[in-house]
Design a protein around this ligand. Structure first.
Ligand SMILES: [Zn+2]
Length: 354
C-alpha cells in the first residue's frame, strides 16, 4: 500500500492497524475489502477539482466508478489474450514439439483457469459509494461540497444584496447541494440566471425572484433534476406547492428515464444502500434501475460538460439527454465556429459524458 501522505510503500500484512509507520497516516479504506484505496480516491478527487472546482460526493463516486470500469475492461482484454493463448497457442506448441504434451496440458489448463477467472471477476461496486463517502467523512477534501460547506455558502448567498442583479432567467434544481455547486462554478454569472433549489434556497434569491415575477416581469423559468421515481415528479410537486404559485410557466428540462437510452455514460446510485451501477443503454436495464429505486444522478456528468449542456437546453428549450438535444447538438457541431459559444467543436462528443 502506498501512503497518500508520504508515499511510503508498506506491505498490507506489515500494517495491522492500517497506520503508516513513516508518518502515522491512518488509512480509512482497507484495500483487501474495498473497491478503492485512500490514495486512489484522493488522486481522483484532486483530478476532479483541478485545484479550483468544487465537486459533490456523487461526482466523486461517478469518477471512481469510471476508473474502476476502465480497469475492469483492461482486465477483460487481458483475459481474452490469456484464453486465446490457452486455446490456440499451447496446443500448437505441443504439436510443434516445442512443449512436451504433459507440460502443455498442465500449462494450458492453468491458463484457461486464469482466463476464465479474470473474465468473470466482478468489481466490488456494492461498497463503492459507501467507501467513497467514508473516505470523505474521515479525510475530507478542500473542494468537496459537504453539508457544512453547503450551509455556509447558502448563508453567504442569503446575506448578499441582490437589488442590482437582474437575472434574465431562473433555474430550479432538485436539491440545495446542486444549487450551491452551480453557484460555485459561476453558472449564475455565465448565464445571468437565478439558481434555486426546490425547497426555495437561497432564500434571498427566492425572495428577489418572487418579487420580480409578481411585479409582472417575464423571467423564463426552468427546472432540472435527476432521473428516478420521485425525481420525475418535481414539476407536479411544485405545481401543488403554494409558495411556487407565482410562477405561471415552468419548463421541465430534467432527465427522464425514457431519454436515457440516448446516452452510454452516467451513474446510477441506489437511494438507500448507495450501491453504484454504471449506466447501460438497454431499456430493460433502465426499467430495472428505476423499479429498484435507483437514481440516475445528473451530477455524475462532469461540470465542463454539464454546465454547457444545461445552458444549451435553457436556450433551446430541449430536455437534457433527449434525442432532440443530441440531434440538435450534433447538427450544431457540424457548423464550424458558430456564435455565442454554442456552435463549433466546443461541445465535442456530447454523448461522451465520461
Ligand atoms: Zn505515510
Amino acid at each position: 500500500m502506498i501512503c497518500p501522505k508520504c508515499n511510503r510503500v508498506t506491505r498490507y500484512r506489515d500494517m495491522p492497524t492500517l497506520e503508516c509507520p513513516e508518518c502515522g497516516y491512518l488509512y480509512v479504506l482497507n484495500p483487501k475489502e474495498e473497491a478503492v484505496s485512500d490514495r486512489r480516491v484522493r488522486k481522483i478527487a484532486d483530478k476532479l477539482s483541478e485545484g479550483e472546482h468544487y465537486f459533490t460526493s456523487e461526482q466523486l463516486i461517478a469518477a471512481c466508478l469510471l476508473k474502476r470500469e476502465r480497469s475492469t475492461s483492461a482486465y477483460k482484454a487481458l483475459s481474452v489474450l490469456v484464453l486465446a493463448a490457452a486455446i490456440a497457442i499451447v496446443p500448437w506448441l505441443v504439436t510443434q514439439g516445442v512443449l512436451d504434451p504433459a507440460g502443455g496440458w498442465v500449462g494450458g489448463i492453468i491458463l484457461l483457469g486464469c482466463g476464465i477467472f479474470a473474465w468473470f471477476k466482478k468489481p466490488k461496486l456494492d461498497s463503492l459509494a459507501c467507501s467513497v463517502r467514508r473516505y470523505l467523512g474521515a479525510k475530507g477534501h478542500p473542494y468537496h461540497l459537504n453539508s457544512k460547506v453547503v450551509e455556509r455558502i447558502l448563508d453567504v448567498l442569503d446575506r448578499k444584496d441582490l437589488k442590482e442583479w437582474h437575472a434574465d432567467k431562473a433555474l430550479i434544481v432538485d436539491d440545495a447541494d446542486f444549487a450551491v455547486y452551480l453557484y460555485l462554478n459561476n453558472f449564475h454569472r455565465d448565464q445571468n440566471c437565478y439558481i434555486l433549489s426546490e425547497d426555495k434556497r437561497p432564500s434571498g434569491v427566492f425572495k428577489s425572484f418572487q418579487q420580480r415575477v409578481s411585479a409582472g416581469e417575464d423571467i423564463p423559468t426552468f427546472i432540472i433534476h435527476d432521473a428516478g421515481l420521485s425525481e420525475g415528479q418535481m414539476l407536479s410537486r411544485m405545481r401543488k406547492d403554494g409558495e411556487w404559485q407565482f410562477l405561471s410557466e415552468i419548463r421541465d428540462l430534467g432527465i427522464h428515464a425514457k431519454d436515457l437510452p440516448n446516452t452510454k455514460h452516467g451513474t446510477w446510485i441506489h437511494r438507500n444502500s448507495g450501491t453504484v451501477y454504471a449506466h447501460n443503454k438497454s431499456t430493460t436495464f433502465i426499467d430495472k434501475m428505476i423499479a429498484q429505486d435507483c437514481i440516475f444522478v445528473i451530477d455524475s456528468v462532469p461540470v465542463k460538460k454539464l454546465s454547457p449542456a444545461i445552458a444549451w437546453c435553457m436556450a433551446s428549450g430541449l430536455t437534457l439527454m433527449s434525442s432532440e438535444m443530441f440531434a440538435a447538438m450534433s447538427t450544431n457541431q457540424s457548423v464550424a465556429g458558430g456564435d455565442g459559444g454554442y456552435g463549433g467543436g466546443s461541445y465535442g462528443g456530447f454523448d461522451d459524458f465520461g
